[in-house]
Ligand binder design. Structure first.
Ligand code: NDP
Length: 312
């Protein structure tokens, strides 16, 4: 097995920032890009809230910039996906889908999370053209427009409230006849005059020429009074949950009920000595690129200190 001092799994803002810091600290980091090189931001068209880009930047271009910055400090970036690991003792062992086998003294897990989608082909067709899974990222483009949010949990309510501060009108599309969100979030939604909750509704498709112009809805699906109609909207936001990409680590690290990796106190440590996590895989709360980048920085500094303290 190949031996490395610092292994980084994942290539979003957390992974690349960890690479910049560990590269500059001479740890000779090796980074595996994973399923989606560049991470979730590569699916966003315009990023306006990442510091350093006063005029905004295309998500793909921004991730290429951060990658180039990491390459400047000698990170070895490899295109493969980690399929299995053994974190029972140091050095930690990893297996990859291209056949690579690596033993690492420190590991920084930056595998991110994946937003859940309904699975409609129109979600792909209109990706970046009116379909989004992040109101904080893309809400600004819908000022004074009409949007719909799908979901009935805390995220959906939070995103509907956030969007109501920008948009002219927000529809909340809820499949059941009640909201699953906490009472306080429900109250905020129900008392906001800009939000209209469409209970017992499912979205079945989207339509529009250049981008989203409306959503096909079915009301009371499967009931005797089932009805279908189209609702004109400019933006379609999914808020039906995220799935943290933590599956291969679950036998070893602590996760919450959704699968987010739990961290020790105010650190990036997973609790396994020398194994850290950063970014969305360990962040059910903020899920922002800039927060992931800062977590990647913290994890890198902690990895460097761990190697020094243990003479590795
Ligand atoms: P949840 O799993 O709590 O809610 C998902 C929502 O999406 C549910 O209303 C669910 O409907 C709906 N949904 C799921 N799949 C579909 C589908 N295929 N079609 C239509 N609707 C669907 O996820 P959240 O992201 O909202 O929250 C995750 C966790 O994070 C929760 O514990 C939440 O409390 C927490 N959180 C807390 C916040 C806060 O306190 N400020 C903010 C955001 C999240 P159904 O109810 O019918 O299953």
């Amino acid at each position: 097995m190949e031996k490395v001092r610092c292994l980084i799994i994942g290539s979003g803002p957390a992974g690349y920032t960890a690479a910049i810091y560990t590269g500059r600290a001479n740890l000779s980091p090796v980074l595996y890009e994973g399923i989606q090189p560049g991470g979730q931001l590569t699916t966003t068209t315009e990023v306006e809230n990442f510091p350093g880009y006063p005029d905004g930047v295309n998500g793909q271009e921004m991730m290429e910039d951060i990658r180039r910055q990491a390459e400047r400090f000698g990170v070895d970036i490899r295109a493969a996906i980690a399929t299995k690991c053994d974190l029972s003792e140091r050095p930690y062992k990893f297996w990859f889908d291209n056949g690579d086998e690596v033993e690492a003294e420190t590991v920084i897990i930056c595998t991110g999370a994946t937003a859940k989608y309904l699975g409609l082909s129109d979600e792909t067709k209109y990706a970046g053209m009116g379909v989004s899974a992040c109101a904080t990222c893309d809400g600004f483009f819908y000022r004074k427009k009409v949007v719909a949010v799908v979901g009935g949990g805390d995220t959906a309510c939070e995103e509907a409230n956030y969007l109501a501060g920008l948009a002219k009108k927000v529809y909340l599309i809820v499949r059941k006849n009640y909201l699953r969100a906490s009472q306080i979030m429900q109250d905020r939604v129900m008392s906001n005059p800009k939000i209209e909750v469409l209970f017992e509704h499912n979205a079945t498709g989207l339509y529009g020429e250049e981008g989203v112009e409306g959503v096909h809805l079915v009301k009371r699906k499967g009931e005797a009074d089932e009805s279908h109609y189209d609702l004109p909207i400019d933006g379609f936001f999914l808020a039906i949950g995220h799935k943290p990409n933590s599956d291969i680590f679950k036998p070893w690290v602590k996760t919450d009920e959704t699968g987010y990796i739990k961290l020790e106190g105010n650190t990036q440590s997973t609790g396994i000595p020398g194994v850290f996590a950063a970014g969305d895989v360990a962040d059910p709360t903020y899920r922002q690129g800039v927060v992931a980048a800062s977590a990647g920085c913290k994890a890198a500094i902690e990895a460097e200190r761990y190697l020094t303290e243990n003479n590795l």
